[in-house]
Each structure stands twice: as structure tokens, then as C-alpha cells.
Design a protein. Sequence first.
Length: 362
Amino acid sequence: KFSKNSLDDYVSDEFFVLDVRRQQEIMELIEFLPPENLLKSAILSLDKAILTKENIVLLIERGPKSDEIVAIKNVVETFPKVQLGKAEQFLLNLSSIDHLKSRLTCWLFTLTFDQPLYEFEEDLLILKNACHELENSKCLANCLGAVLSFGNHLNADFSALNRADGFYVDALDTIIDLKDNGIETLLTYIVDILETNIPESLSIKNDFQYLPSAYEFDFDNLKTSLLELIDEFFEVKKLSKKFNDGIFHDIVNSFLDSTKNRLKQLIQLLEECKSTFNDCVAFFVPNDPTYISNISPKIFFGIFVDFIESLSQEIIEQNQKKNDRGKRIYGNCDDLHDPMSQMIDNIRMGYSINNNNNNNNN
């Protein structure tokens, strides 16, 4: 669409610098954004009422590239009378904002960085609360006591010297699958002990709100995540030094100052969680520094998660068996295919086989 009338005079309807795909991408961006006359002031003043997080992300991803701006400016300088295509003109207008991409990156940081900080803090608190649940659960203490008592009962034929005062929590993994000579598991006997002596401990699962989630964590991964957040903070801190203008400078730097304090708090909280976890392991496995220093939250919490889940499932199954036995004992008039149930129902209703026979004879 470009024609040359003379060496000094160029006439054009529109001059396109970008390829067709890139033009289409920019036109879609324009459609998604607020009116162009509001963009520049919104970016300079960080006006969230004009630009959303989604708008900012798209501008970062699809905004002007340095080589595109160089090419567009070369055309304008070479052919002053040329009319640029809409996409080219839009990019040229945006490029008039100094350090556009850096500004957008800093702005997006202020809008989004709170969330990963909050999530990281939540993860640490979950881990910390899981430790407190394990240490303070009376139901768990009773269950572990039942395991120890039953283990010593099995060793009753041996000398008193073989009686244990405790056991490593790793043994709980073995208990889950251990069976007697028949089909009963060791958990079956543990549930019987609890039901007979301390039935309130059968509600053990209710003691643990945080433990199942803490099972997901690992200190190495948590430390890596925190370092990534710190790196991102310093990268934005570096970018922010490019700006000295009032509103943008004040908002971004105020956010960076508060974020710096929060990062310091998270570093301290991570160290506290490590200490809390080590104390928790030592609570269950005292006098073994090597074990305490080597076991990870994922393995340690996983042992208890599996044990509590298996124990709870055994409790449910035993209750179900009792209910089934109760139905067989008391009868079930709905079971028309069970002669014994029908007989029991008849007896409960005052009938008997003899009565039925007498009625038939009459």
C-alpha cells in the first residue's frame, strides 16, 4: 500500500512494518485493553481502576519490542508523511513511556507478590501446627501406648530384659501390614484394646487437621521456594532504581520496604519451623541426634498419616462387622432369602413353627 511519487514525496494509506501475525496479535491486545488515551497516565500512576493485572501481563508479554520500535522509528524518520498501520502506531505510542517493561514488571510485582508470601507463610504454619498436633494428641499417645503394650505382650515369654520402654516410629509402617497366623492384622488387636480400655481414643482422626497437609512438605523445597521469592524481590528492587518520578516511585518503593520486612519474618519463621520439627521428632525419638537430623517432614509425617489412616479404616471396618452381626442376631425382615432371619422375625412377632403347623392342621 505504499507508492512513490517523487524522491521527496511519499503517499500511503497505511505503512506496515510488522508481519501479519504480529499485527493480529497487537490488534487483539488493543481490543482487550482500555482506551489508548488512558493507558499512559494509568501506567505512570499505577491506576488499578484503569488497568487490571491481566492487562499488565498482556502488555508485558505482547508490548513493544526494541527491534520493532527501531524499525518503526526508521520508517517515520525516513518517510515523515507516511501513515503507520494501527498496530505500529499503538506500539510507537507506548514506547514513549520510559522503561515501559520495567515499569510494568514492578507494578505487577506490587499486585501479585503478596499471594506467594501468604502461601509460603501458610505452609510454614501448617507444618508448625502439625507438630503441635502430634505432640498434644492424647488419642495418639493412647494408641502408641496400646501398640507398645501389645508388643510387650507378644514378648511375654521372653525375659523381662526384652520388654521395651518405647519403639522407633518407623515401626508403625510395619504394624499396618503385620498379620497373625490367620487373617487378622495387628491393628485389629490394637483397636480391640482401645475399644475395651480407652474408647475415646477411637476418634483419633479428629485430632489432626494439619497433619495430612504437612505430609507434603520438605525443608529443602521450602528453602528453595523462599530463595526464589528473595531473588524476585531483588530483581524488582534493581528495576525500581530506574524511576524517580513521584507517584510510581513512592508506591513501588513503599511496597518494597514492607515486602523486605515480610521476607525477613519468613526467614525467621522457617528457622523456627525447623526447630519446632526437630523438637517434635525428638519428642517421639529422644536421644538419637542422627535420626533427628536425617529424617524429613515428608517421611516423618507420612509415617503418622499412614498409621492414623489405616487405624481409622480398621475402626470403620470393625464397626461395620459389628453392625452386620447385629443384623444377623436380631433378624432382618427385609432379607427374604435368609431363613434364619425370617425365623427370628417370627419369634419376635410371637409366632413359632409349631403354631404355624397347628394352624395348618386346623
